[in-house]
Design a protein around this ligand. Sequence first.
Ligand code: ADP
Ligand code: MG
Length: 297
Amino acid sequence: MRSTTYLDLAPDVRARFERLRAREVILKVDHLTKTFETRGGRTVALNDINFETHRREFLCVVGPSGCGKSTLVRILAGLDRQSAGEVLLAGKPVTGPGADRGMVFQGYTLFPWLTVKRNVMFGLEMNNHGRTHAEREALQWLDLIGLGKYADAYPHQLSGGMKQRVAIARALANQPRILLMDEPFSALDAQTRARMQSYLLEIWRKIDITIVFITHDLDEAVFLADRILVLKANPGEVAELIEVPVPRPRHAGQYVGPEFRAAKDRLEELIHPPALADDAEGFPEMPRLANVTDEVE
Ligand code: ADP
Ligand code: MG
């Protein structure tokens, strides 16, 4: 019998992708290129990137360090300008930051001098919502993320995972079309990280949001994504766009399942091709530090 590959989609997974593709395109990245000119020379951070994300899709972007993941998300956010090409959000070109995009980054970006509630209210007030409305919305979001009773706490009183939950609530409170996340769980310990992943999927299922989630953790990408955009470095280009064969709802037990393994194997192949995986230089010769007679290996 042939072993499962990432291309083998079970009928229900296949049907799910068909439904996904039938939904409107929220994000279109069209021939996007970004070059940086520095004293050291020219870096092509992104070269002719093309992809589309459908409404309520969960797209992960993976790739080796320096392949342009953060550059991509900054351009999508409108924080940086591309050198060529276009980003269309619900059909309109992105030319700068906007309330239609929420953002969560790796570092804790809450304002330390504001309470949790005021942090969530901040964006709403910036977008001209009155204080009463902003407060009501903020409290609803805090309840949704299970942190209602921390409304009056300050960020330093929260754990890392709780801070990122507040950052997610703050981003979602503005009701963006799309949530951009750049390695949001990278600073968390493994257990908290796993909990945050399940928790993010739960929120995503409850509301109408499209997520672009950057990570360099392949397990995280397979666990979360509908599709995974794989980038390669120098120049940053699309290596492949993978449909994740793992059924939903996702749960930790799937990590050892054949679909998960197949998707992960494909990512490994793309990101660590065999020729490069064997470091050409090898490990340096270790000096012998002690004269041991009892050989352990
Ligand atoms: P990733 O997030 O995938 O690690 P980045 O998007 O941060 O990658 O960077 C992609 C490439 O662009 C890297 O080679 C990086 O050195 C370069 N780069 C990113 N930002 C700048 C900048 N502001 N000026 C010059 N080069 C940059
Ligand atoms: Mg980065």
